[in-house]
Structures are given as structure tokens and as C-alpha cells.
Design a protein around this ligand. Structure first.
Ligand SMILES: Cc1cc2nc3c(=O)[nH]c(=O)nc-3n(C[C@H](O)[C@H](O)[C@H](O)COP(=O)(O)OP(=O)(O)OC[C@H]3O[C@@H](n4cnc5c(N)ncnc54)[C@H](O)[C@@H]3O)c2cc1C
Length: 286
């Protein structure tokens, strides 16, 4: 199908982009990689009057260390995250997650900010930013505010972003000391999106026991979530097989797993348990 008619603006600065969005709070929409928004427009699920293309704002694309944080600009592409030597060294969960997304074309155009802002229930980035307890920096005409990833994902395709706001940056505390990361995904055979995706971020003591755990789950429910009961069961443990097996039985606590034509609710719950166990084992083995 063909999208409804729309205007297009490609501002050179973030300030101009914020002003353009503010000029039409109901009708304007941010365009980043376009790999979720354009298909939605072609299906007429989204009918913006004005697209504000932020992909050309150079100052929004970066991966850098700043103090004890990793800072990632919103328009950094999946490919840039996948191929970052810095991230492979200091936060391997991010390149592992990026590598699991779509195909080469999708990874070349799609952005981390677009994926997080879209809050697709089967999107990969939400699981990773939850596991890493990321802070999301949002900017609008009233200035800037920071929201924890945990509070950002509100519901299906719905986030805490307010009309006119742009997700500017993702901030992650640099993993320090011993840590273990893994991303495990069961891709849908047709779309490649996550039927279940599990992001694991373990902080370890010198003896290999678990200081704390961050577990982000996508694909299972209407929005990505942190499996807090699993995190608590792992923290302070020796990460032995019995502890992990018992912990993962809690991965859907408080969650009503989605059922669809491909995977029933019970099957998704089963997959979530199996792949959370595998992801924790894989992280531990590295
Ligand atoms: C064939 C195909 C396969 C795919 N496979 C996968 C997959 O396996 N896993 C996966 O996770 N994703 C997958 N995707 C989606 C892809 O990762 C998208 O790139 C991503 O979901 C959206 O990012 P984008 O930069 O393209 O955003 P866009 O499509 O430009 O925007 C998406 C939404 O976010 C808003 N938005 C974008 N950036 C910002 C911002 N900085 N601040 C505020 N709002 C913003 C837009 O207004 C829009 O509502 C696939 C897409 C395709 C077409």
C-alpha cells in the first residue's frame, strides 16, 4: 500500500528537530532508520503529517566512554553497535544483541534509538537495555529528562516518551570487575523477530559467584520486561546448575505470556525458561 501524503524535514541539529516536532505535536513523527515506521505507514497504521528525519543529525550518532558510563547516541545503527571493538571489549552484550537483529540491510539502517522508542514486543534492544539497567535521555521543548529503561516501556508499542520528545542518548554503567554477558534468541522463522529473546548481564565475584544479575526478556509479553524473580534467585548464588534451573522457573512470574499462531502461551513460557537457562549458562561459560 502507499502511505498517506506527508511532509518531510531533515533538520541539521537536535534543537531544530525538537522545534519541528513542537510545531505539530499531533501530526509530526520522528523518522530514524525507517525500518519500523515506513512499513507501518505503508500499512496506514501510522499516518503522520510530517516526518522529522533525525538520521542526518551527525551529533546523534556515537559510541563513547564517559567516566564510568558508555554513552550511545540514538541514531547509532545496529551495525555500528555490532561492529564496535570498544563494545566487544567492555560490554559484549550490546554487539551480541545487535548481531541478532534482522539482516545486513536492516542492521545498516535501523537504529538503537528507533528500536527502543518503538517498543516492539519482539524487538531485541529493549531486552538488552533492561538487562543493563540503562538510563534513557529524552529531550523536548521543556528540556531534558532521564528515565530508567525499566520505567520506559509502558505497553505494546507504547513508551514513556511524551509528544514532541526525542530519545537522544542511551547511558549504561560500564561493567566493572568480573562480568558475564550473553544474548540468546529464538527467531521467528518468517520475520526473524524474537519469539523469545533473553539478555543476561551478570556481575561476578572473584570466586565466580554471582554478585548481581540483570535479565531482560523480549518476545514473551506485550512489552519487554526484567525477570526480577530470576535476578533475585541468582544474586548471591554460586550459579550452579541446580540454582539456575530453579531460578528460571520464575521467568514468567507476574507475566501473561502472549499466544499466537506460531507459539501458544504455554509454549512461549517453556521457551522462555529453556532459553533463559541457556543464556545464563552461555554467559557463565565465557
Ligand atoms: C525485514 C525486517 C526485519 C527486522 N528484524 C528485526 C529483528 O530481528 N529484531 C529487531 O529488534 N528489530 C527488527 N526489525 C526492526 C528494526 O530493528 C528497526 O530498525 C527498529 O525497530 C526501528 O528502528 P528505526 O531506526 O528503523 O526506527 P524508525 O522506523 O525510523 O522509527 C520507529 C519508531 O520510533 C520513533 N523514533 C525513532 N527514533 C526515535 C528517537 N530517537 N526518539 C523518539 N522516537 C523515535 C519513530 O517515530 C517511530 O514511531 C526488522 C525490520 C525489518 C524491516
Amino acid at each position: 500500500m502507499i502511505p498517506t501524503p506527508f511532509d518531510y524535514q531533515a533538520p541539521a541539529t537536535l534543537e531544530e528537530a525538537v522545534a519541528l516536532l513542537a510545531s505539530d505535536l499531533d501530526g509530526a513523527k520522528v523518522l530514524a532508520g525507517g525500518h519500523s515506521l515506513i512499513p507501518a505507514m505503508k500499512l496506514r497504521l501510522a499516518q503522520p503529517q510530517l516526518l522529522v528525519d533525525i538520521a542526518r543529525i551527525k551529533s546523534l550518532s556515537y559510541i563513547r566512554e564517559e567516566g564510568d558510563e558508555i554513552r550511545i547516541g540514538a541514531t547509532t545503527t545496529h551495525y555500528e553497535l555490532e561492529s564496535s571493538d570498544l563494545l566487544k571489549r567492555i560490554c559484549p552484550l550490546l554487539p551480541a544483541c545487535a548481531a541478532s537483529i534482522g539482516d545486513v540491510q536492516v542492521r545498516n539502517k535501523g537504529t538503537i534509538g528507533g528500536s527502543v522508542a518503538h517498543s516492539d514486543p519482539a524487538g531485541d534492544w529493549p531486552a538488552a537495555v533492561l538487562a543493563l539497567d540503562a538510563d534513557l535521555v529524552l529531550v523536548g521543548t521543556n528540556g531534558e529528562r532521564t528515565v530508567k529503561a525499566e520505567n520506559f516501556f509502558v505497553h505494546l508499542l507504547t513508551t514513556d516518551l511524551q509528544p514532541g520528545e526525542i530519545l537522544r542518548e542511551i547511558r549504561i554503567k560500564k561493567p566493572s570487575g568480573r562480568f558475564a554477558h550473553a544474548y540468546q534468541k529464538v527467531p521467528h522463522p518468517a520475520s526473524g523477530f524474537a519469539v523469545v529473546g533473553v539478555a543476561v548481564n551478570l556481575a561476578l565475584n572473584d570466586d565466580g559467584s554471582c554478585k548481581s544479575a540483570g535479565i531482560g526478556i523480549t518476545g514473551v509479553a506485550v512489552k519487554a520486561y526484567r525477570a526480577k524473580a530470576v535476578e533475585s534467585a541468582l544474586a548471591g548464588s554460586n550459579l550452579d546448575d541446580n540454582t539456575i534451573a530453579a531460578a528460571v522457573t520464575h521467568v514468567c512470574d507476574g507475566i501473561d505470556p502472549t499466544g499466537d499462531l506460531y507459539a501458544s502461551s504455554d509454549y512461549r513460557r517453556h521457551l522462555a525458561q529453556v532459553h533463559t537457562r541457556r543464556a545464563i549458562q552461555a554467559a557463565k561459560a565465557h
